[in-house]
Design a protein around this ligand. Structure first.
Ligand code: COA
Length: 258
């Protein structure tokens, strides 16, 4: 791929948006390449966690490519939004856990990609914003949907209506990021977290991800029923037997299901 690089380090995969000259601005080619690569990764049993990051020291991604959008008409804009949504939906729903490693600007579409990841780790120099209204448009890669679910409607409205940037500490205070670490330690911190998650029962982790995600879309009663069903499914796995027998025998479990 030209603009998105994939590094396989089973059980982890590192996906890097690679346009540092324009702060990893997201044009349609970036999204199309990400869709292809995410589908490939989802089929890989040996990959349990995907770390998504941006090339260079300055940015995760400084948003959708304004140089491309300036030439787009209404249909082009809608097509772009559809591409953003398809990419974000893949990140959100894939069976692997996704971690955004945010080492600089995560603006607009860049911020929206982080919102679609399961977890977000930021370096101290990271900055987040949804500045679309400063350009006469609205966040449309899922930003109006996911931000309020993560940090609450009032806080999301303030960020989206002002377009203001917030720093990593403020993002942490709002619950937008899970952790803030020094820039030099960002990838190691992501890898350590990814390794820990990958050491757990893989199929159980993916069932938990699915149960949590569906809780946002269905009512509580149906969410609880789904949780019971997924637990029943977990009880059918080798890993459930192995995990519990290993605990009782005071030995490390050998998980295999995914
Ligand atoms: N789309 C296209 N190009 C972008 C871009 C974007 N979203 N963000 C940055 N770039 C380009 C700049 O045009 C510049 O290109 P050039 O070197 O050919 O002139 C290069 O990346 C570096 O950006 P620059 O603005 O010079 O860096 P800076 O450190 O002064 O400012 C930002 C960094 C992120 C504050 C600033 O680039 C910015 O505000 N970008 C747009 C953010 C935005 O509105 N995103 C939402 C889009 S919906």
């Amino acid at each position: 791929m030209e603009l998105v690089k994939l590094q396989l380090e089973a059980p982890l995969a590192v996906m890097t948006i690679d346009r540092p000259d324009c702060l990893n601005a997201l044009n349609s080619q970036v999204y199309e390449e990400m869709i292809v690569l995410l589908r490939q990764v989802e089929a890989m049993d040996e990959i349990r966690v995907v770390i998504l990051t941006g090339a260079g020291e300055k940015a995760f991604a400084a948003g959708a490519d304004i140089a491309q959008m300036v030439h787009q008409d209404a249909l082009g804009g809608r097509h772009m939004s559809d591409l953003c949504h398809r990419t974000a939906d893949l990140l959100e729903n894939m069976r692997q856990v996704t971690i955004a490693a945010v080492g600089g600007y995560a603006l607009g579409g860049g911020c929206e990609l982080t919102l679609a990841c399961d977890l977000r780790l930021a370096s101290e120099n990271a900055r987040f914003a949804l500045p679309e209204v400063t350009l006469g448009i609205i966040p449309a890669g899922g930003g109006t949907q996911r931000l309020s679910r993560l940090i609450g409607v009032g806080r999301a409205k303030e960020l989206i209506f002002t377009g203001d940037q917030i720093d990593a500490q403020e993002a942490y205070r709002l619950g937008l990021v899970n952790r803030v670490v020094p820039r030099a330690e960002l990838m190691d911190a992501c890898r350590a977290l990814a390794e820990k998650i990958a050491s757990r029962a893989g199929y159980a982790v993916s069932l938990a991800k699915s149960a949590i995600n569906s809780s946002l879309d269905i009512d509580r009663k149906n969410g609880a029923e789904r949780e019971k069903d997924l637990l029943g499914l977990a009880f059918a796995t080798h890993d459930k037997q192995e995990g519990m027998e290993a605990f009782l025998a005071r030995r490390a479990p050998k998980f295999q299901d995914f």
